[in-house]
Design a protein around this ligand. Structure first.
Ligand SMILES: C[S@@+](CC[C@H](N)C(=O)[O-])C[C@H]1O[C@@H](n2cnc3c(N)ncnc32)[C@H](O)[C@@H]1O
Length: 207
């Protein structure tokens, strides 16, 4: 997924302003490409990828045996197998619309973050981008279509402050001809990328 997600993830990493000693959690890390990228940026920190699919975690471990500051654990966003108050940042890319209970997942992310830490969620399947709505009928696991305002409310309910959202357009040019299953045609893929991914973020307040 690296090739598809990198153009929207790079602007997100810019906004996160990571420091070399930060500890970052990637929720729904898949095969671990983003954990690898983060671990290279955080030589004095720790990066942990969590995913509920044991096959994904096996692949992530196999692909990243050379990383000394990264690890991969099997677990659900709704029950993260990690101690409280550890991470400075949590990130989740193209995974949150699968969460069966987003309130529980965001409470868990809030729990494992340090005070002053921040959570960053990036998704392409959300209410305002109609060019992805058809995915709901194609995906093999249930995906939940929610608006930016609904996501922001989940963040606030979980205890995050300063919750904001914005769109990150994907500047990748669409091919002249599109024959994949996700879009009607090349024009729809172009429109989807122009609408952009939804980024929602918030901070765990200091008490
Ligand atoms: C579309 S993939 C994205 C993977 C990766 N973030 C990327 O950008 O390539 C979604 C991932 O989220 C994981 N996932 C879905 N629901 C989850 C949950 N409730 N808890 C943890 N992981 C979950 C899936 O197993 C899958 O690996």
């Amino acid at each position: 997924m690296e090739q598809e997600h990198l153009p929207i993830v790079l602007p997100l990493l810019d906004r996160m302003r990571l420091e070399p000693e930060d500890n970052v959690l990637d929720v729904g890390c898949g095969a671990g490409w983003l954990v690898r990228l983060l671990s290279e940026q955080l030589p004095e920190g720790r990066v942990v990828g969590v995913d509920l699919a044991d096959e994904m975690i096996r692949r992530a471990r196999r692909n990243n045996t050379d990383l000394e500051n990264a690890m991969f654990v099997i677990g659900e966003a709704e029950e993260i197998p990690w101690d409280a108050n550890f991470f400075t940042h949590a990130i989740s890319v193209e995974a949150a619309y699968y969460w069966p209970d987003p309130r529980a997942a965001l409470r868990e992310i809030h729990r494992v973050l340090r005070e002053g830490g921040s959570a960053w969620m990036l998704i392409n399947y959300y209410r305002e981008n109609a060019h992805a709505h058809q995915w709901g009928n194609i995906l093999s696991v249930p995906a939940h279509l929610r608006s930016a305002a609904e996501w922001a409310a989940f963040f606030a309910e979980a205890g995050f402050s300063g919750v904001k959202h914005e769109r990150i357009p994907d500047p990748t040019p669409a091919p002249e001809k599109y024959e994949g299953p996700w879009f009607r045609d090349s024009a729809q893929l172009r429109a989807f990328r122009q609408e952009g991914a939804l980024l929602v973020w918030g901070t765990k307040p200091k008490t």
